[in-house]
Design a protein around this ligand. Structure first.
Ligand code: SF4
Length: 298
């Protein structure tokens, strides 16, 4: 197949746009989409300090590489990477993000569940069973990422979430009947470092290709607890549906944004947890989870 724009050999076919793209036109299209997302949301302002959540997987490695290129054209921005070590043996290997950050030439910091919470996901699974592993891991990782970014002086926390992740989240919130989350969307909340998601309109396979073309040695392993996430079911449902209806993911993300833009606040306004000082709803989920784990240890 030849590139729809220049007739060189194509490396990808975008079913949703009907375009075949060569390497140069794919990279140009990819970067234009990510820059447009940043511009549309006014995500980067002069003087911003960006912490990239770097797990070492394809999405975060691609994001660090893309933002590094952007920041080299924007000396008014500062960039560094943060890795959270959840303590999942055989999966989370901090040597991988260390090497990626070193190769790209970005300062890198590691924070661990062990140091921050005195426990790990493996230990929590040992105490509570593995069916809720992702609930614990997700809540505690979000909290630690925010704490780490704030401690390091970040004004933005960049996440490698792609179009597939975003569409899955909207569908998951719908299936759970979680109106509050659907209406809240990504609205900035006082006390949280502003999260930015430059790849939110780019399909996962294109982020993977961008990572493959630009970054060596990213992690490809699968978390041993991934089978527990509702997300895994939603992903396969959505993949199947989107194969027959290619614009489905874009439509879901648009729906999520439309709902959030209605500006209807559901549920209680966030407060500050008296235990940890982090922003929280009525109850601080992370402190509640940690106290459940501690109770089990007694
Ligand atoms: Fe954590 Fe679940 Fe993701 Fe594994 S699959 S890293 S347990 S959220």
């Amino acid at each position: 197949m030849l590139c729809s724009k220049c007739r060189r050999p194509a490396i990808i076919y975008q079913r949703y746009s009907g375009l075949h793209l060569c390497r140069n036109h794919f990279v140009a299209d990819f970067q234009a989409k990510a820059k447009r997302a940043i511009r549309t949301h006014s995500w980067l302002l002069p003087g911003d300090s960006i912490a990239v959540a770097l797990s070492g997987g394809k999405d975060s490695a691609a994001l660090l590489c893309f933002l590094h290129g952007l920041v080299s054209e924007r000396p008014d921005l500062r960039l560094f990477a943060v890795t959270i070590d959840e303590g999942i043996s055989g999966y989370r290997d901090t040597a991988v993000p260390v090497k990626i950050a070193e190769k790209i030439g970005v300062k890198h910091h590691i924070f661990s569940f062990r140091e921050e919470f005195g426990t790990t996901v493996d230990e929590i699974v040992g105490l509570r069973g593995d069916s809720l592993s992702c609930s614990y891991c997700g809540v505690l990782r979000r909290r630690l990422l925010n704490t780490a970014a704030r401690k390091l002086g970040a004004t933005r926390l960049a996440l490698g979430l792609n179009l597939d992740d975003e569409a899955q989240s909207v569908l998951m919130n719908t299936l759970r009947g979680d109106v509050e989350r659907l209406m809240r969307g990504d609205k900035h909340r006082e006390g949280l470092v502003q999260r930015i998601k430059p790849f939110m309109y780019i399909p996962e396979r294109e982020v993977a290709l961008y990572a493959y073309l630009h970054v060596e040695g990213f992690a490809t392993g699968r978390c041993p607890y991934a089978h527990n996430a509702l997300r895994a079911d939603v992903r396969s449902l959505l993949n199947d549906f989107a194969w027959r209806h290619p614009s489905t993911r874009h439509s879901l993300v648009r729906l999520g944004e439309e709902l959030a833009s209605l500006d209807i606040v559901r549920g209680s306004e966030p407060g500050v947890c008296p235990e940890c000082g982090e922003i929280c709803g009525e109850i601080c989920r992370s402190c509640q989870m940690l106290s459940e784990v501690c109770r089990n240890e007694d």
